[in-house]
Write a protein that binds this ligand. Structure first.
Ligand code: ACM
Length: 449
């Protein structure tokens, strides 16, 4: 950013001029369109697709993006700077291509309208992927044709942790969420968690257990007790049908197959299962992502490993990175939005410790794991697990203000980041969130305006 000029531009009364291809993006400024608008939106393919350049003088604003997506990120910056824009030039582009937030719909369901409202908040911080954890022991949240009991039984009343989070997305609701996100340059990454975290599957279809015996629904928050059966052909018929449905519904390039915490799957069964399942997304035209336990298996060359544990090192992940597999960095002690902020947090868990705003901001993804340097990192994610959540207000309390912190970790190169600068800028969001009715944690680490 060049030194700020004395001139400033007042947005009030300004109009926007945009070529036809940017009219929809221009709409996100909430200003009238006019051929001679003082705010000009421009495409320059010489810039990187997500890069943008903002030139602000006393009489005009020029926002140039490498693509409509780059212009859209510039629009988010303009909205944050307003209503009086300081004169000067901003040249901005992301550190990582994959900047993600995860929402767990299985432990507590959130409706399509609630998910779309969440997307609107995420894009303000230039998040460009929404990972939906659609299935777990306590519930199954996506309609799958041919397998009606998944949602009739395991998406119905009494599902979710404490039985308090029922519901599921129909095919058309899921497609609506995907399209809404895509219109905001957010790629939905669907996760079907397996071979563990499948009690809801086995309640609905007991033939997918080892002995075919009925299984009781579970609404507690234990993990690691359920598993698909590697030695049964029925398992793969189920997995292929589900992944085909999800792939057909999802225009984005990724399918997440989970793979975490398979504590009741013998290691040789786990590897045998993954040997069959890891190639399926590729055959469906998608790139497979799994939680980092999948690094115990032989990985397709383009498989992406998502590191989630708080430990300082993981040999299998280091080996996968050395083999050329890309890594998404989401260590629980830095990026898990469901960890308590401190001992006084009314919501959240603490198995990875407390995650203050500063902890979520003050770290370098490229220094986090031995053997996983800048060039192997696809991006950074902030997961939000929903065991303790019962409402959208709960989601927002844990998301804000830590999501903006992780989003800046993912967007801004390390040399451009500074905790004191961040906390000063974050403080300005307090009144904005309050005015918008957005519940957030008034962390004592921030001098809220
Ligand atoms: C995880 O937190 N079990 C991925």
């Amino acid at each position: 950013m060049r030194p700020v000029e004395a001139a400033a531009f007042g947005i009030a009364g300004a109009a926007v001029s945009a070529p036809p291809g940017l009219a929809e993006v221009a709409g996100h400024l909430g200003l009238p369109l006019a051929a001679d608008g003082a705010i000009r939106l421009v495409l320059d393919p010489a810039l990187a697709a997500e890069a943008y350049r903002l030139e602000i003088t006393a009489t005009a604003v020029t926002l140039t993006g490498g693509s409509a997506q780059g212009v859209f990120w510039g629009v988010q910056t303009l909205r944050q700077l307003g209503p009086v824009l300081p004169g000067g030039v901003i040249e901005d582009r992301p550190r990582y291509a994959y900047r993600s937030a995860m929402l767990d719909l299985a432990r507590h369901f959130f409706t399509a309208a609630e998910i779309k409202a969440h997307v609107d908040l995420l894009v303000q911080f230039k998040i460009n992927h929404l990972h939906l954890h659609l299935t777990d022991d306590q519930g199954w949240r996506l309609e799958i044709p041919g397998w009606p009991r998944l949602t009739e039984v395991s998406g119905g009343e009494g599902t979710g942790v404490d039985g308090a989070g029922p519901g599921f997305l129909t095919l058309s609701e899921y497609a609506d969420v995907v399209a809404y996100a895509a219109a905001r340059f957010v790629t939905v990454v669907p996760e079907i968690d397996m071979p563990g975290h499948v009690n809801a599957v086995q309640v609905a279809y007991p033939e997918l257990t080892a002995d075919g015996a009925p299984v009781s629904p579970r609404t507690d928050a234990e993990v690691g007790y359920s598993s698909l059966v590697a030695a049964k052909e029925e398992t793969y018929a189920f997995v292929e049908a589900v992944l085909k449905t999800v792939a057909d519904l999802t225009p984005g390039p990724y399918l997440h197959i989970g793979g975490d915490e398979c504590l009741s799957t013998p290691p040789e069964d786990y590897r045998a299962f993954l040997a069959r399942v890891l190639p399926i997304p590729g055959a469906l035209g998608k790139r497979v992502i799994g939680w980092h336990e999948i690094a115990a298996a032989d990985l397709p060359a383009d498989a992406i490993v998502q590191y989630w544990r708080p430990e300082a090192a993981d040999d299998a992940v280091s080996r996968a990175a050395a083999d050329g597999n890309q890594v998404i960095v989401s260590p629980a002690d830095r990026t898990y939005l469901d960890m308590k902020y401190d001992s006084g947090s009314p919501l959240g868990l603490d198995w990875a410790g407390h995650v203050s705003v500063r902890r979520s901001y003050d770290w370098d993804p490229a220094e986090r794991l031995p053997g996983v340097g800048e060039e192997t990192i696809l991006g950074v994610e902030a997961p939000l697990w929903s065991e303790t959540l019962r409402s959208v207000d709960d989601v927002r309390y844990l998301t804000f203000p830590r999501l903006p912190a992780v989003a800046e970790v993912a967007w801004t190169p390390q040399a451009g980041r500074d905790w004191e600068s961040f906390r000063a800028r974050l403080a300005a969001f307090g009144p904005v969130w309050t005015a918008a009715g957005i519940n957030y944690h008034r962390s004592p680490e921030i001098d809220w305006h």
